[in-house]
Design a protein around this ligand. Structure first.
Ligand code: PLP
Length: 390
C-alpha cells in the first residue's frame, strides 16, 4: 500500500541530505568536542559549523545558540532558567493556554514549587487574548511564554503585540518556535524575544536534538549541571551527529523556505477546500497560519475512529489528543478555544510536508470522504440498534 503521511507536525522524515551529513560523523567522527587533541577538535569544529547554520536560520549570533536534547528541553530550560536574569521580586511566569505541554506542564510544575503562574486565555479563533495578557503581565512578571506557531491549528500568534506588552512591564519573552521554524521566516532580532526554542525533528532533522536561542545579555541558569559545555548553559557531552543533522536541516530549511512555503500553502488550501466541502466539516482556528497545517472538525464523527479508519487505508493524520497515563486526553488547544467537547473529539489535524504531492492530497481527501460515510453509517446503525433495544 502506498501510504500517505500527513502528520508532519508530529515529526518529519529525515531529509536524505541530512542523513548524508550525519553518516560520516556517526561512522568515524567520534571525538569528544571537549578533548584537546585532533579527534576532539575535529568534533568541536563540526559543532561550531552547525551552530552557525542554526544561527543563520533564525538570524541569531552563533554564540546565542545553545544545543539541547529536544524542543522540550529548550522549553524547560527557558521556563526555569530566567532566575539569573530577573530581579528579586520578579517571580511570575505567564504562559498562553495553547502552549505545548513542554511549556504548560513546566509552568504547572513551577506553580507547584510555589511560583506565581498565570495562564492567558485565547480567543475563539485560537489567538492569544491580548487584553487578558495585558491584565496578567505585571511588574512582578519574570517571563512571558507564547509560541510562534501552534502545533495543532498552525495559527501564528501575535508575537509583536505580546512582546510589546511584556516589555512595557520589563518581563523577558520566551517563544517556542518549534512549529514555525522552516515554515515561516523566524528572526530572533525582529521578533525581539529573549529566548527561542527549536527542534530538529520538525525540520527534517533527527530526533533528540534541539536548540535554545538565548539573546546576548540574557543570563540563563542551566537546567543540567555538569561540564562546562555550551558555555556553561547546558552540561553534557554534545550529541555531535545530531547537532550536525540539525545544522544541515537548518541550512536546507533556510534555502527551501521561499519555494516550499507557497507550494505547501497551495497544497494545504487544496486539501482544506476539499475537506470543508464535505458535509458537517468546519475549520478550527481563524487567522494567519503556517502553510502546512489545517485542523478540521467533522460533525457527528468520532475522530479517533476516523483516524483509525484512515490509517487502515494508508492515510496518517492526528487528533491532537494526548495519551496521558493510558487515558486519552482531548486536545487542550481546541478546548482552550472554547470548542465543545463533541467538536474537539470530532477534529483531525492534517499537516503536510516537503514531499507531499497534489495526488496524495487528492487521494487523502477522497479517503476522508469514504471513511466519513462509513463512520456515519456505523454511528447511525448503532443509534438504530439502541432505539430498537429500548
Ligand atoms: N513545542 C512544540 C510547539 C511542539 O510541537 C513540540 C513537539 O511536538 C515541542 C515543543 C517538543 O519538541 P521535541 O519533540 O523536540 O521535544
Amino acid at each position: 500500500m502506498d501510504r500517505i503521511y500527513l502528520d508532519h507536525n508530529a515529526t518529519t522524515p529525515l531529509d536524505p541530505r541530512v542523513l548524508e551529513a550525519m553518516l560520516p560523523v556517526l561512522r568515524d567522527g567520534f571525538g569528544n568536542p571537549s578533548s584537546l587533541h585532533w579527534f576532539g577538535q575535529r568534533a568541536r569544529a563540526l559543532v561550531d559549523d552547525a551552530r552557525e547554520q542554526v544561527a543563520a536560520l533564525v538570524a541569531a549570533g552563533p554564540a546565542e545558540v545553545v544545543f539541547t536534547s529536544s524542543g522540550t528541553e529548550a522549553d524547560n530550560t527557558a521556563l526555569r532558567g530566567w532566575a539569573g536574569s530577573a530581579g528579586g521580586a520578579r517571580r511570575k511566569v505567564v504562559v498562553s493556554a495553547v502552549e505545548h505541554h513542554a511549556v504548560l506542564r513546566t509552568a504547572r510544575a513551577l506553580a507547584e514549587d510555589g511560583l506565581p503562574v498565570e495562564v492567558v486565555r485565547v480567543t475563539a479563533d485560537g489567538l492569544v487574548d491580548l487584553e487578558d495578557l495585558r491584565a496578567k503581565v505585571d511588574d512582578r512578571t519574570a517571563l512571558v511564554a507564547v509560541m510562534l506557531a501552534n502545533n495543532e491549528t498552525g495559527l501564528i500568534q501575535p508575537l509583536p503585540e505580546v512582546v510589546r506588552i511584556a516589555r512595557e512591564r520589563g518581563a523577558l519573552v520566551h517563544c517556542d518556535a518549534v512549529q514555525a521554524a522552516g515554515k515561516v521566516p523566524v528572526d530572533l532580532k525582529s521578533l525581539d524575544v529573549d529566548l527561542l526554542a527549536l527542534s530538529a525533528h520538525k525540520l527534517y532533522g533527527p530526533k533528540g536534538v534541539g536548540a535554545l536561542c538565548v539573546r546576548r545579555g540574557t543570563r540563563l541558569t542551566a537546567l543540567l549541571r555538569g561540564g562546562a559545555q555550551e558555555r556553561n548553559r547546558r552540561a553534557g557531552t554534545e550529541n555531535v551527529a545530531g547537532i550536525v543533522g540539525l545544522g544541515r536541516a537548518a541550512d536546507l530549511a533556510r534555502e527551501a523556505l521561499a519555494e516550499e512555503a507557497p507550494r505547501l500553502a497551495e497544497l494545504r488550501d487544496r486539501l482544506e477546500s476539499k475537506l470543508l466541502a464535505l458535509a458537517g466539516a468546519r475549520r478550527n482556528g481563524e487567522g494567519p497560519r503556517v502553510p502546512n497545517t489545517t485542523n478540521v472538525s467533522f460533525d457527528g464523527v468520532d475522530a479517533e475512529g476516523l483516524l483509525a479508519a484512515l490509517d487502515l487505508r494508508g492515510v496518517a493524520v492526528s487528533t491532537g489528543a494526548a495519551c496521558a497515563a493510558g487515558a486519552v486526553e482531548p486536545s487542550h488547544v481546541l478546548r482552550a478555544m472554547g470548542l465543545s467537547m463533541e467538536r474537539v473529539q470530532a477534529s483531525l489535524r492534517f499537516s503536510l510536508g516537503r514531499w507531499t504531492t497534489p495526488e496524495e492530497v487528492d487521494r487523502a481527501a477522497e479517503t476522508v470522504e469514504a471513511c466519513l460515510a462509513q463512520q456515519r453509517a456505523r454511528t447511525r446503525g448503532k443509534a438504530v440498534a439502541h432505539t430498537q433495544a429500548r
